[in-house]
Design a protein around this ligand. Structure first.
Ligand SMILES: Cc1cc2nc3c(=O)[nH]c(=O)nc-3n(C[C@H](O)[C@H](O)[C@H](O)COP(=O)(O)OP(=O)(O)OC[C@H]3O[C@@H](n4cnc5c(N)ncnc54)[C@H](O)[C@@H]3O)c2cc1C
Length: 364
């Protein structure tokens, strides 16, 4: 039975305390367990894109499923290659790039008697340059971060309760990546990377301002697959927000100070190039990916609810037909694979099938 204040962070801390009490280990072993726990917390914050583990629902913990056989699939030319591949099979005249959508007006009911073409369509999409598109249906795939910030002014009339509640309750946090390119590796051929496990005393170095505080939220650096001289680090929590405000030169220096201190190697050179993502600053993304937050516990909101269509009743020749007119897709709408690209992909296919089912067959 979960109490009202249950969350993943709290449960894990209490389990650790209980474990340490019952184990009765010597102090050094006990400290070591706590230090590894601390690393794990940082890793879970990255995996769940959250500011703290206290945001995560225990009730829905474990809903996000691993995909199975393929653990890692790297797309060498980047994810845009998938989009390009799909777009090849489409009529290029129907693809409009760099056209941000500003508003989506929709109608709950529509009568298609003698109306003009514009009025006969249940959806009007207005672009940022004020051009309008009249549509039968919209599948919107903007991120949950974008929706949280814009849904109230984007949709007119406002979205039904099940969607507005899901947008408000589901969580959408921040993770950023840092790439450090050294030109030549300074590590050994068998090294895979470096993980930062801080002793309790060692952590004081951050408060003494010898190391940049944001770097405390890094779990470590791994050697980027296929790039023998590049280290890749990920950061969530407060550090993920701070890193967006710093220059890449500063990010590189902070990381090098950390690596030099941690590995006790002053000879580590400054990287040739540093790249860091800024997913929160991107006004069309506003974060990284979604999680099920404690706000979902009471409302029973899950990602699948965000994928439920908005319906419109169309009356034609005195007959009513219900059609979906707005459908949200994207990672945050997948019941089992939320927070992933394959989840996002599957929801797009699913909503497209729903569109075909209702807009090409005579069903109600
Ligand atoms: C650091 C990091 C690491 C990750 N690692 C992994 C991983 O290892 N494996 C994995 O599977 N996933 C990973 N992800 C998550 C993955 O990137 C997302 O789940 C995926 O990109 C979601 O796709 P989407 O189509 O739902 O949304 P998005 O990729 O956010 O695409 C939404 C698109 O909508 C556009 N848009 C928004 N608003 C408008 C508007 N008003 N008008 C027009 N267009 C608009 C945006 O510009 C954007 O192009 C990671 C994400 C991050 C940030």
């Amino acid at each position: 039975m979960l109490d009202n204040a249950a969350n993943v962070g709290r449960i894990l801390r209490s389990k650790l305390r209980k474990h340490l009490r019952t184990k009765g280990d010597p102090l050094t072993i006990r400290d070591m367990r706590e230090e590894i726990f601390d690393w794990n917390v940082r890793l879970l914050m990255i995996e769940n894109a959250c500011f703290t583990l206290d945001e995560l629902s225990v009730k829905y913990w474990g809903e996000c499923q691993p995909i199975g056989n393929v653990e890692h699939a790297n797309f060498e030319p980047g994810y845009s290659s998938i989009i390009k591949f799909i777009a090849q099979g489409l009529n290029q005249r129907n693809i409009r790039l760099s056209c941000p959508v500003e508003t989506i007006e929709w109608r709950q009911s529509i009568s298609t008697g003698n109306l003009s073409q514009a009025n006969a369509k249940p959806v009007t999409v207005t672009l940022a340059d004020k051009r309008r598109i009249f549509a039968d249906c919209v599948i919107a795939t903007c991120s949950l971060g974008y929706l949280k910030e814009n849904y109230k002014k984007m949709f007119n009339p406002e979205l039904p309760l099940h969607l507005s509640q899901a947008i408000e309750c589901l969580g959408f946090g921040l993770v950023n990546k840092i790439f450090l390119d050294f030109g030549e590796p300074w590590w050994g051929p068998n090294d895979q990377g470096f993980q930062f496990i801080w002793s309790k005393n060692g952590r004081r170095i951050f408060s003494k301002q010898k190391l940049a505080t944001w770097t405390r939220d890094l779990t470590g650096f791994n050697i980027l697959e296929g790039h023998r001289a590049v280290l890749l680090g990920q950061v969530a929590g407060r550090g993920a927000y701070i890193v967006e405000t710093l220059s890449e030169q500063q990010v590189a220096l902070d990381c090098i100070n950390l690596l030099r201190h941690f590995l006790k190697r002053e000879d580590i050179s400054v990287p040739r190039r540093c790249k860091r993502t800024q997913w929160h600053s991107n006004m069309y993304i506003r974060g990284a990916y979604s999680h099920i937050s404690t706000n979902c516990d009471a409302t029973a909101v899950t990602p699948g609810i965000l994928g439920k269509p908005v319906w419109c009743t169309v009356t034609r020749e005195a007959r009513d037909k219900c059609i979906p007119v707005i459908m949200l897709a994207g990672e945050a709408t997948h019941e089992k694979y939320y927070s992933t690209t394959h989840g996002a992909f599957e929801t797009g296919i699913r909503q497209a099938k729903t569109f075909l089912q209702y807009h090409t067959e005579k069903k109600c």
